[in-house]
Design a protein around this ligand. Structure first.
Ligand code: NAP
Length: 484
């Protein structure tokens, strides 16, 4: 199947922090893939901007190396790369100083789509936003893209929102959560709202519980010092897991349009009940054969920061009353695996003699690896010997089902950047959503900090602390296996 490429208007995309890790690893290799797929109009330009004193050739060389290292298979397309590099420029600029701004003003055009990617520390957002205006570069149609972390609590998120709002309208601000750019996450909405099968069952009459797991095998490694001030709650739950929770739990929006979707997500966050600490398990990984302990990685022998968290949440509305949402995420786990599993209720009565097992339909939406969806159904075990039932998955791995079309499953960043150019905010977080998410997480964090809560230890390469298993066992349920 050949995928359809929807062209975008000509654009100038300025990447502040264009020499940084994110730009080299994700943004530019992603843009290169979009270029190869024909989505970048001929006159469009990508302008790297950072303090390093580079000229255009020096920058193009840096990006050629980055694409070779991080660009995947496409990186071997030398002709394509040469053509792509011609669309790159560089301006040496200091977000906090005056140097470089006149050069940028001279380059950026006013008659094409303008996007400014703030791939720098959030402490520079205000400087960039202000200077884009004082130097008359940005206009009322410009878009800005900002990266996580969006604050470290409600207060700092509010400040950031106010800083950006002083210079840009909310309709111009694109807060990235790259989980929302994943093919499967969008497919979750397609499955829910595009099929007659699921929506009638999507409520507390038929759903027993929902599990959301984001497990990583990597530790905090080189970014231990940063991570130690953050922890899994701030780094993963407040943004990624809550966004997934919103998409699975929200009411159908009136149409698939940015504010309609975001209004519904906001209602979910606001309906989240507060959790008492018996329903939260925080963990820290121990040293294992593959690496040091969390505390060694974080270079903080007395750290109480969590590298794992599991929790049971409830959404206070008619649809979800009584349905637990179990969330867990951790580092140095047994496999790299992210999924959302909707576990339906059992039938309550079996007509098949000798069938004591509880058979359940489970809809599992896999984010990684092998993005896809599978639906566990109960069938008769093949062969003679009477009516024995087994559970089997109806598997739809996108790479298998879509053939060549699965090429679009590559990367969330490139999809989201193209949405910015198109002016489509549906997959970006609105300011009030981010604040509502912090308003829910802040009291939980404050509560364990006030108690000096000590995280439970877990073996590197495991499924997390024993207490996380107990969280579900107490409810007569169990976590799905973490499989890579
Ligand atoms: P990084 O590798 O430290 O890069 C920072 C970039 O900012 C560099 O290009 C740096 O270039 C530039 N810069 C620093 N001070 C500047 C100034 N005063 N004026 C202009 N440019 C300046 O950081 P990163 O990992 O790319 O992260 C960038 C942002 O994305 C951060 O907010 C981070 O939290 C977020 N993020 C990163 C990742 C990731 O995987 N890396 C993932 C999610 C979110 P010069 O030194 O040449 O100025």
């Amino acid at each position: 199947m050949v995928s359809r490429v929807i062209p975008v208007d000509e654009f100038d995309l300025v990447i502040f922090g264009g020499t940084g890790d994110l730009a080299r690893r994700k943004i530019l290799p992603g843009l290169f893939r979009r270029f190869l797929s024909g989505q970048m109009p001929a006159g469009s330009r990508i302008i790297g901007a950072a303090r390093s004193e580079l000229d255009g050739d020096g920058y193009r060389e840096m990006i050629a190396e980055a694409v070779a290292e991080f660009g995947g298979e496409e990186a071997s397309n030398k002709k394509g790369l040469e053509a792509f590099l011609k669309q790159l420029e560089y301006v040496a600029i200091d977000a906090r100083g005056e140097g470089g701004w006149a050069d940028l003003a001279a380059i950026v055009r006013q008659d094409v789509v303008q996007a400014f990617y703030f791939s720098v520390a959030p402490s520079l957002f205000g400087d960039l936003a202000e200077r884009l205006h004082t130097n008359k570069i940005a206009n009322a149609q410009s878009r800005i893209v900002v990266e996580k972390p969006f604050g470290r609590d409600l207060e700092t998120a509010r400040e950031l929102n106010q800083t950006l709002a002083a210079h840009f309208d909310e309709s111009q601000i694109y807060r990235i959560d790259h989980y929302l750019g994943k093919e499967t996450v969008q497919n979750l909405m397609a499955v829910r709202f595009g099929n007659v099968l699921f929506e009638p069952l999507w409520n507390n009459h038929y759903v027993d519980h929902i599990q959301i797991t984001v497990a990583e095998t990597v530790g905090v490694g080189g970014r231990g010092a940063y991570y130690d001030k953050s922890g899994a709650m701030r780094d993963m739950v407040q943004n990624h897991l809550m966004q997934l929770l919103c998409l699975i739990a929200m009411e159908p929006p009136g149409q698939f349009e940015a504010d309609a979707v975001r209004d519904e997500k906001l209602k979910v966050i606001r309906a989240l009940q507060s959790i008492d600490h018996h329903h939260i398990v925080r963990g820290q990984y121990d040293a294992g054969p593959d690496g040091p302990s969390y505390r060694e990685d974080a270079e903080n022998p007395r750290s109480f920061t969590e590298s794992f968290i599991a929790m049971r949440c409830h959404i206070a509305n008619w649809r979800w009353a009584g349905v637990p949402f179990y969330l867990r995420t951790g580092k140095r786990m047994k496999a790299r695996s992210s999924e959302i599993a909707v576990v339906f209720k059992d039938l309550g009565h079996t007509i098949f003699e000798g069938d004591e097992a509880r058979h359940r339909n489970i809809l599992a939406i896999r984010l990684q690896p092998n993005e896809g969806i599978d639906l566990q159904v109960t069938i008769k075990e093949p062969g003679p010997g009477g009516m024995r039932l087994i559970d089997v998955p109806l598997d739809m791995t996108f790479a298998d089902a879509l053939g060549d079309g699965a090429e679009d499953v590559t990367d969330a960043y490139e999809r989201l950047i193209m949405d910015v150019i198109r002016g489509n905010q549906t997959l970006f977080m609105r300011g009030d959503e981010v604040e509502a998410a912090w308003a829910w997480t802040d009291p939980l964090i404050n509560s364990w900090e006030a108690r000096n809560d000590v995280p439970k230890h877990y073996d590197a390469g495991s499924a997390g602390p024993e207490d996380a298993m107990m969280l579900l066992h107490r409810d007569g349920r169990k976590w799905r296996e973490i499989k890579g």
